[in-house]
Design a protein around this ligand. Structure first.
Ligand code: TRP
Length: 356
């Protein structure tokens, strides 16, 4: 065979190989990805807003990938504090119904090398001015942080989130309203990268979960761990639940308001049976007609929350009885996450011409 044809053949093979790699890289690898910041104990509002939608999708046959975003959490928390919550939040998620047989759970810092490398490489594709315009950062700088004291990780927060999602080549990311702007940054970075260096990132989709606005039981604002008196924690015992609900604000007879709507969301979201939900509906109907039934409503609400927490807490106790269990779940998760991340990063390096 003449040498020239042989050379051409080789070139064709190489091109085909590259093409195959790119087609493979363009495919989604993870159906559903979500990250949780381990910064405190969960409240029932966290469960209803963030965990319940994932469990519902899992029940429909989707295999979610859940990761603990400990690197994101150190943006505004000491690593030693964050560390305390990692195992706790994993135990919570499993006890709430994320099933390690169906889902995968991994720790972000188990692939810290890949995450931080991709963060740096993606950061080249966005300007400082653009990052300063991200609404979540703007709000934060207006309300609680100052550029003089906020650390630079805050600026990179959405870029690192993009790295999480793109390393996994995730298809859908369920997020609440507060994370929509970050998802836009992810999509923007993926498009810019693809355009500049070659199509290797499939564009992730936002799966907007309906935002549940659950207010603090007392006082202003949303239910949050920063106002513990107005929040029901998954760790609360029956007595604490009863006294918190007793002190909760409701509404005058015949009146509906956001406080009462929040309590109804909690009651219906945590109820185990349809008949409990019917009971709640009947009481609220009576309330709307002007009957004095708030005391009765609180009794039912208390019973529903106590039953939910009792079941959760006993499952959780079972899960944490063997300390190596959670570790093994995280190890399994890390294996697959690492494999995917290494593969993606190799593609990134190849098209960017970084390294050998
Ligand atoms: N920013 C998310 C939050 O505060 C957590 C997070 C980090 C995340 N990386 C992610 C969520 C990737 C989804 C996908 O809740």
């Amino acid at each position: 065979m003449p040498k020239r044809i042989d050379k051409n053949k080789k070139k064709c093979y190489n091109e085909l190989r590259t093409l195959k790699k790119e087609v493979n890289a363009m495919q989604y690898k993870v159906e559903l990805l979500t990250g949780i910041r381990p910064t405190g104990d969960l409240t029932v509002a966290n469960y209803l807003g963030a965990v319940a939608p994932i469990i519902e999708l899992q029940a429909q046959g989707v295999s979610p990938v859940v990761f603990v975003a400990d690197l994101h959490a150190i943006t505004d928390n000491e690593p030693a504090t964050v560390r305390q919550y990692i195992y706790r939040v994993v135990a919570d998620y499993i006890a709430l119904g994320v099933d390690p047989q169906k889902a995968r759970i991994y720790l972000q810092s188990d692939i810290a090398g890949e995450v931080t490398t991709l963060t740096a490489l993606l950061a080249r594709l966005v300007s400082v001015a653009e990052l300063l315009r991200v609404p979540t950062l703007k709000d934060k700088l207006k309300n609680s942080a100052r550029p003089e004291t906020a650390n630079a990780l805050l600026l990179l927060y959405p870029v690192m989130m993009a790295a999480d999602i793109l390393l996994n080549r995730a298809k859908k990311v369920p997020v609440g309203e507060d994370q929509l702007a970050h998802m836009e940054v992810t999509r923007l970075l993926a498009r810019r990268f693809n355009k500049r260096y070659g199509e290797i990132f499939p564009i992730p989709q936002v799966l907007q979960v309906k935002s549940l606005r659950i207010l603090s039981l007392r006082g202003r604002g949303k239910m949050s761990k920063t106002n513990p008196g107005g929040a029901i924690f998954l760790t609360d015992d029956a007595k604490t639940v009863a006294s918190k609900i007793k002190a909760a604000e409701t509404a005058f007879e015949g009146v509906m308001n956001e406080k009462l709507e929040s309590l109804i969301l909690i009651a219906k979201g945590l109820a185990k049976t349809g008949s409990e939900r019917d009971e709640v509906d009947a009481i609220i109907e009576a309330h709307k007609k002007g009957k004095p039934v708030m005391g009765q409503f609180k009794q039912i609400l208390t019973r529903i929350v106590q039953n939910f927490l009792e079941e959760f807490q006993s499952k959780r106790a079972e899960i944490t009885r063997d300390p190596s269990y959670i570790q093994s779940v995280l190890e399994e998760g890390a294996k697959v996450a690492r494999e995917n991340a290494i593969e993606t990063l190799a593609e990134v390096r190849r098209v960017m011409q970084i390294g050998p």
